[in-house]
Design a protein around this ligand. Structure first.
Ligand code: FAD
Length: 550
């Protein structure tokens, strides 16, 4: 590819989508579609991907943001799933050590809830064996005193012991965009804000799609030998368009997270705790905040309009207040929230929490391949299965390389170990000190952008030093404009920088000057400026809408 993944080059990408014929066209730019695009392009298939909104707009920006084995799936005896995603954790960490961070998880064991000491000990041992966890990271059981020392905030009278085990924390939207960029570097043609409207057929077999560019409102006809439906919660909508929604169907469940300032729930590390209804909830410290989730309730509303309700927030607040002593969270403490949908496969008679998280592939009589279910963590293996199937069906005679995404680092991940990441953070810290930016900003930049931080720091230096934080945001904006295909303020504030969720105060402060920068980059009229501003304000309001309902 001789051009960058910049908004400036979007017209060239759209032209090529309309003119060429692709081996594979993927619909959906969440983690599943991104993974398939990288796998297919890196094996030598001519690949395209379209996404109707921004990349990671769907569930892939609204998860618990863990690369985890799914400890609770052991309870459901899903050994195969735990083995696969558990083993993938170390691989995904190696591919993006700055973005997939080791996180020790504390599991407090209570008198009245959960599995009890011995069953938990055995369960975690099985978890370690299935996922082939290296010795230093294997589970450690704790006494009551050790558990309370580890987390003094826990309700003392209820604790009878605990366990520590290893997981990884990430930023789901950033992981998705880095995989998208890496696929683009491998030759995939990728466009956001392009929506599938209908399928094209030749001899009753899917041979491409009709799509609309949301920005110019023009239609594009994209031809492809294989079309993959990787639209997460929207999978059944596309199967309906393809008239193939028969047999198995999706069962959507909603999961909500709330974000509070870290001082309101100052946990020392990530905690996974039992609640009264038999479910488990995470409290995860991240920078200046702690986030808490998740709920798991059946959902049949508008897939594009899923929000946190007062009842969702209340459930999480109650769970926290019952688990941590001297903590009294209220609605007013919640700074932000997000709500996402799990695209699970329906099983008759099963509750939301009881449904399997395993992925499944459906093939329609007209050749549409749909993939649903699964986890963020397992994206690479899901992609491998889909691409193997495409090759078997459409290109059996072609000499294509086997899957090798386990050796393709994502953009910005030129580190060998977590130690290299720490050394680089110290280096960046020294560099930005003279720009009056502190350690937290260095950590933020490196965890978000990896080695690409070098370029962002160069850009910060080119902006006025009067307001270092604004200079930083302008530099990020310039970088994401030229390398991450941002097209709207929500792309920047929600999915590239995570500001709406984890630093909403900073968003309010920067909103006006950053929108003015957008206006310059995109040559917006006053009307367009106002429309984009209103759209962003709606997203901001949606993240705390439950406060007004209450
Ligand atoms: P999505 O991310 O939803 O992507 C589908 C995309 O398709 C969307 O961006 C959408 O805009 C696009 N699309 C739809 N229709 C069209 C169309 N007509 N044309 C073009 N594009 C279209 N997994 C983990 O491993 N770890 C976790 O910690 C974790 N926590 C979770 C917590 C919650 C609350 C939830 C809901 C899920 C969690 N998961 C977790 C699961 C994981 O997030 C999902 O499995 C994964 O993000 C699904 O990705 P996807 O790409 O399949 O779907």
């Amino acid at each position: 590819m001789d051009y960058t993944f910049s908004a400036l080059n979007r017209p060239a990408v759209l032209a090529s989508l309309g003119q060429e014929e692709f081996d594979v066209l993927i619909i959906g730019g969440g983690i599943t579609g991104a993974g398939i695009a990288l796998d297919a392009a890196s094996r030598g298939l001519k690949t395209a991907l379209i996404e109707k909104n921004d990349f990671a707009y769907g569930t892939s920006s609204r998860s618990t943001k863990l690369i985890h084995g799914g400890l609770r799936y052991l309870k459901q005896l899903e050994f195969g799933l735990v083995k696969e995603v558990g083993s993938e954790r170390a691989v995904v960490h190696r591919l993006a050590p700055h973005l997939v961070l080791p996180e020790k998880m504390l599991l407090p064991l209570s008198e009245k809830k959960g599995l009890g000491y011995w069953l938990t000990s055995i369960g975690l041992k099985v978890y370690d064996i299935l996922a082939n966890v290296k010795a230093a990271d294997q589970r450690k059981m704790l006494t009551r005193n050790q558990t309370l020392k580890q987390e003094p905030l826990l309700q003392k009278n209820d604790i009878k012991g605990g366990a520590i085990y290893a997981e990884y924390r990430t930023d789901d939207a950033r992981l998705t965009i880095e995989i998208i960029k890496t696929a683009f570097q491998h030759g995939a043609m990728i466009a956001s804000y392009v929506r599938l409207e209908d399928f094209l057929y030749t001899n009753n077999q899917v041979s491409g799609v009709w799509a609309t560019d949301a920005l110019s409102k023009t239609n594009i006809r994209i031809k492809a030998k294989a079309v993959i439906n990787a639209t997460g919660p929207w999978v059944d909508q596309l199967r309906s368009i393809n008239k193939s929604k028969q047999g198995k169907r999706l069962h959507l469940t909603k999961g909500v997270h709330i974000v509070v300032p870290h001082e309101k729930l100052p946990v020392k590390q990530a905690i996974y705790f039992d609640v009264d209804d038999g479910r488990m909830i995470f409290a995860i410290p991240r920078g200046r905040t702690t986030y808490i989730g998740t709920t798991d309730t059946n959902y049949d509303g508008d897939i594009d309009g899923v929000i946190t309700t007062g009842a969702d927030a209340q459930y999480l607040i109650q769970a926290v207040n019952a688990t941590f002593q001297d903590t009294l969270l209220t609605f007013q403490d919640i700074e932000s929230s997000w709500a996402g949908l799990r695209p699970l496969i329906h099983e008759e008679g099963k509750s939301a929490s009881g449904l399997s998280r395993k992925d499944e592939i459906f093939e329609s009589p007209s050749g549409l391949i749909s993939i649903a279910g699964g986890k963020l963590t397992g994206y690479r293996k899901m992609a491998e299965r889909v691409v193997n199937l495409i090759i078997r069906k459409h290109f059996p005679a072609q000499q294509l390389s086997p899957c090798h995404t386990n050796n393709i680092k994502v953009c910005g991940a030129e580190f060998e170990t977590s130690k290299d990441v720490s050394v680089y953070i110290s280096l960046i810290e020294k560099k930005i000190q003279s720009l009056r930016l502190d350690h937290c900003r260095a950590t933020y930049l490196v965890h978000n952008y990896g080695k690409q931080t070098d370029e962002i720091v160069r850009l910060i230096e080119s902006y006025s030093a009067n307001d270092p934080d604004l200079a930083l945001a302008k530099a990020e904006l310039e970088f994401t404009f030229h390398h991450e295909m941002i097209l709207t303020p929500s792309d920047f504030f929600i999915r590239r920088s995570g500001m709406l969720f984890f630093n909403i105060g900073r968003l309010h402060k920067l909103l006006e000057p950053i929108l003015q920068e957008f206006k310059k980059y995109f040559s917006w009229s006053d009307l367009e400026f106002q429309q984009h501003k209103t759209a962003l304000e709606k997203s901001v309001q949606a993240s705390t809408a439950f406060k007004r309902q209450n």
